[in-house]
Ligand binder design. Structure first.
Ligand code: NAD
Length: 355
């Protein structure tokens, strides 16, 4: 199990440090884990004048999985666009062919009061959003600015999906649903967009290969509404890059703090990049305040998807649940009046709960 560790900037090194403690504990328990660390983002720029140094990319390419903290910070805000920290993430996703972004929104019962919705709407919430990550209007050509026939400047982008791109992300959707609650909702805008009409045709045709999965289709505007009206109706949602970007951020608020939510970005062979969904939180960096659980839960996804070790994933998730049940809270998930623990104490508690 070769794992590249890319801490990044801000709270990145602190939260990844706790995840590395968890990996070390699993190694002591007998898992064949090898880790190597390299800089990315602002740290990459500091080390090698580039947000994704060649040596970092080579390490990531040679590894089975990548664990990333977060990138960015005020120190780097004035760099030219090509050298800015977030370019490091965009480039590594592209270079590794990570086309499937999996974001679970799971609400731990202990944190029901932290959700933006009423506890009865979100108690037991456990949904997975699968967002296509390398296509759609974000990458479609042509794009740009031009002078139109009326002599006015206009901006334009191109939404496009090829059948093969729809098939490979839909397959991830069906396969994931098969292993979960067997319900797949494909989200599109087929009442208006040609790209979505094709999307719906392709996904519908694949349903016959998955008779055990109940497929339904939903327009994106309705999906945005249903996510706050009755989010527990969903099991797995599969959608394109643009719609997934927006819906997955919306869903993250259902599950309470941003500090709790992991993600996986996978290639065609289950190699993956695992990271918390939050950023580098410069406002709390270096203060032992950041919640490391999103990063630790990203490790659980790594064991489940890249290493096919659902047993190890389950152990990590159970350890996180145990520390929450013990009442441990970092500041972001503590209710007013509750005592908060620091990043390191939270990581230590998870290691202790792993046994
Ligand atoms: P952010 O996610 O870093 O922070 C938003 C808020 O959430 C802050 O108040 C922060 O303190 C809090 N927060 C975030 N993670 C937390 C954690 N683990 N524990 C406790 N609190 C946490 O978003 P932002 O402030 O908009 O961006 C800060 C920097 O991060 C920017 O440079 C931005 O470009 C970058 N960013 C990076 C990524 C990434 O690396 N994938 C994603 C988003 C933003």
């Amino acid at each position: 199990m070769k794992i590249a560790i890319l801490p990044g900037d801000g709270i990145g090194p602190e939260i990844v440090g706790e995840a590395v403690k968890v990996l070390a504990s699993l190694r002591r328990a007998g898992l064949p884990i090898e880790t190597e660390t390299a800089p990315i983002g602002g740290a990459g720029y500091d080390a090698a004048k580039h947000p994704l140094p060649d040596a970092t990319l080579e390490l990531a390419q040679a590894a089975d999985a990548v664990v990333l903290g977060a990138v960015g910070g005020p120190k780097y805000d004035t760099l030219p666009r090509a050298l800015r920290p977030e370019q490091g993430i965009l480039r590594i996703r592209k270079a590794l062919g990570l086309f499937a972004n999996l974001r679970p929104a799971l609400l731990y019962p202990e944190l029901a009061a932290s959700s933006a919705l009423k506890p009865e709407l979100v108690a037991g919430l456990d949904l997975m959003i699968i967002r296509e990550l390398t296509g759609d209007i974000y990458f479609g050509e042509p794009r740009g600015r031009r002078r139109n026939a009326a002599g006015e400047d206009e901006g334009y982008d191109t939404m496009r999906y090829a059948v093969s791109e729809i098939r490979r992300i839909a397959r991830v959707g069906f396969e994931t649903a098969k292993k979960r609650g067997r319900k797949l909702t494909s989200v599109d805008k087929a009442n208006v967009l040609d790209t979505s009409i094709l999307w719906r045709e392709v996904v519908s045709a694949m349903a016959q290969d998955y008779p055990e999965v109940a497929l339904s289709h939903m327009y994106v505007d309705n999906a945005a509404m249903q996510l706050v009206r009755n989010p527990k109706q969903f099991d797995v949602i599969v959608t394109g890059n643009l719609f997934g970007d927006i819906l997955s951020d919306e869903a993250s608020m259902l599950a309470g703090s941003i500090g709790m939510l992991p993600s996986a970005s996978l290639d065609a062979n289950q190699k993956g990049l695992y990271e918390p969904i939050h950023g580098s939180a410069p406002d709390i960096a270096g203060q032992d305040k950041a919640n490391p659980l999103a990063t630790i839960l990203s490790l659980a996804m790594m064991f489940r998807y890249t290493f096919a070790r659902a047993d190890v994933a389950g152990r990590i998730e159970a350890a996180v649940r145990a520390v929450l049940a013990q009442g441990l809270r970092t500041a972001d998930i503590a209710l007013p009046g509750e005592r908060a623990v620091g990043t390191r104490a939270m990581g230590d508690a998870v290691v202790a709960a792993l046994g």
